[in-house]
Design a protein around this ligand. Structure first.
Ligand SMILES: O=P(O)(O)O[C@H]1O[C@H](CO)[C@@H](O)[C@H]1O
Ligand SMILES: Nc1nc2[nH]cnc2c(=O)[nH]1
Length: 267
């Protein structure tokens, strides 16, 4: 039973670090999910391509609830993910790794919770308001930071991620506004993915890879091609970072993530 899962974002479509990979289709109340399960360092790791293997699912159409529920069903307690981002912070340049610690959610049309009261398609038919002060698991963040430092990568131990609806990239004015609001990087997939993990008391952290300077900061036209090309160049480093981070994940959880529902339902 995999305790740890990796969600690969743009440019991270196959679990290069795993051996003896098998494929499982997990049925969830939100739909069926294809998960690869393999071995690394003597333990089972689940891998899920956020956009599907051929990047066929755009960010605003990803079935985030099915994805996170499927990992929960498999027994996953810890999720590490990758996110390709644009940078608003001149100190965070293309190729840098950013261990996210904060989020701003500007998405519009997504499904944000598992807890829809009587409408929930499962037996959790209650209302829940989870604490999200710190959206990322401190223990997973520490593992990513320690690994990045040890590998000598260009990394930033904190970063605020603004999640836009997409699938278009941002306007110059939107980036100007996000900068005033304190965002360091911008993407399209951390919301609701991070919050849904918290709702199922799963630890979640994401390492963002800067693929470009954001609209209005970059002098060039923004393209998904550039994103995928940079991610391809960084694929080995991303693999090593994930492999080394996994080794630093404590076996026991002492973070608040595992008790996220305590007090959230009012009981
Ligand atoms: O966040 P990931 O899945 O890495 O994808 C990023 O890359 C795409 C834009 O090129 C957007 O979907 C953005 O969110
Ligand atoms: N929203 C958004 N996502 C990205 N992913 C990679 N670069 C970008 C960007 O500039 N904006």
């Amino acid at each position: 039973m995999p305790r740890i899962a990796i969600i690969g974002g743009s440019g991270v479509y196959d679990p290069k670090l795993l051996q003896n990979i098998r494929e499982e289709f997990v049925n969830t109340p939100y739909g069926k999910v294809r998960v690869k399960i393999g071995e690394y360092d003597g333990e089972e790791i689940a891998f899920l391509a956020r956009h599907g293997e051929g990047h066929s699912v755009p960010p605003h159409k990803i079935n985030y609830r099915a994805n996170i529920w499927a990992l929960y069903e498999l027994g996953v307690e810890r999720i590490l993910s990758t996110s390709a981002v644009g940078s608003l912070n001149e100190a965070m340049k293309p190729g840098d790794f950013v261990v996210l610690d904060q989020l701003l959610d500007f998405t519009k049309t997504r499904h944000y919770t598992f807890y829809d009261g009587d409408e929930s398609p499962h037996d959790r038919k209650f209302v829940a308001h989870v604490d999200f002060t710190d959206p990322y698991c401190p223990e997973l963040r520490k593992a990513l930071i320690t690994a990045a430092k040890e590998l000598g990568f260009d990394y930033h131990p904190t970063g605020t991620y603004a999640c836009m609806e997409g699938p278009r990239f941002e306007t110059r004015a939107e980036i100007r506004a996000l900068k005033i609001l304190g965002a360091d990087v911008v993407g399209m997939t951390q919301c609701p993915e991070a919050a849904l993990a918290r709702e199922l008391e799963i630890c979640y952290a994401s390492v963002a890879i800067v693929t470009n300077f954001a609209a209005g900061i970059s002098r060039d036209k923004l393209t998904h091609t550039e994103v995928v090309e940079l991610m391809a160049k960084k694929s080995e480093e991303i693999k090593y970072l994930l492999m080394k981070s996994i080794r630093y994940i404590p076996k026991e959880r002492h973070c608040a993530c595992k008790d996220a529902l305590k007090g959230a339902t009012g009981d």
